[in-house]
Ligand binder design. Structure first.
Ligand SMILES: [Zn+2]
Ligand SMILES: [Zn+2]
Length: 243
């Protein structure tokens, strides 16, 4: 199975990532990727860019080193109500909006509260993709999230970086989650979550996991450039207009 799109990558702008968009795009090109999402952390994460960064994304070219660039953010859920740390008018101008739970940005809660916050964000029409539900920092009801992904047609990520051997605790959660995604059939996306250029397009562990769970290629959004673009376009058409 070939993964042709990486929508989850970070640049120096995130404050704890170490490559530029140009270096990331060169790496994506070498790996044969067609589309690269530049999705730096939302403003509530320590060291992350402020709103000026997100307001100025239009200066980027649409293609670097032959790879199409999708501008975006990895926004933070900041409350149990599923609120985000970036105003909708900024999200409305981006090509791709990822959302996840992060330490320092989300206060934490019970499994029920965390799951409710996550699903509330999934229902936000300005959110395109939900990331790394299998991270152990905030426990979630993974079966409910897999069901919600299928009901709402919102892709949920299997995050390669969470599965690296240096990080512990995510494999079991992610493996259970992949099993639920296989069962309920909602859209899956693989993300590298690269914080350095050499990880862009690196999906080794995530692929092992989805293949082990028996998730078919057609259920994985980023096995096709066109599938990703069609999904994002359809999602934009369903958004309310921001004044
Ligand atoms: Zn993240
Ligand atoms: Zn990330």
């Amino acid at each position: 199975m070939d993964i042709l799109v990486d929508l989850h990558t970070h640049t120096v702008a995130s404050g704890h990532a170490y490559s530029t968009i140009t270096e990331n795009a060169a790496a994506a090109s070498r790996r044969g990727l067609k589309l690269l999402g530049m999705t730096d952390h939302g403003p509530s994460m320590p060291g992350a860019p402020n709103l000026y960064h997100f307001g100025n994304l239009a200066v980027l070219p649409s293609e670097i080193h032959g790879v199409k660039i999708l501008t975006g953010v990895e926004a933070n859920i900041t409350s149990q109500e599923g609120e985000l740390d970036i105003p909708l008018r900024y999200l409305a101008k981006m090509n791709v909006v990822l959302v996840g739970l992060h330490v320092y940005c989300y206060p934490g809660g019970t499994v029920e509260q965390n799951t409710a916050a996550y699903i509330k964000a999934m229902k936000n029409p300005f959110v395109d993709i939900m990331v790394h539900p299998g991270r152990p920092e905030f426990q979630l009801d993974l079966e409910r999230i897999a069901k919600a992904a299928a009901d709402l047609n919102v892709p949920v990520e299997i995050n390669n970086s969470s599965l690296s051997p240096q990080k512990r605790g995510a494999w079991d959660n992610c493996s259970r989650f992949a099993g639920y995604m296989a069962q309920y059939g909602g859209p899956v996306i693989l993300g590298s979550d690269a914080h350095f250029w050499d990880r862009v397009g690196e999906f080794r562990f995530a692929l092992e996991l989805v293949e082990g769970a028996g998730i078919p290629e057609k259920q994985i959004l980023n096995t096709s450039e066109q599938r990703v673009l069609s999904y994002l376009e359809a999602r934009r058409k369903r958004r309310p207009v921001i004044g």
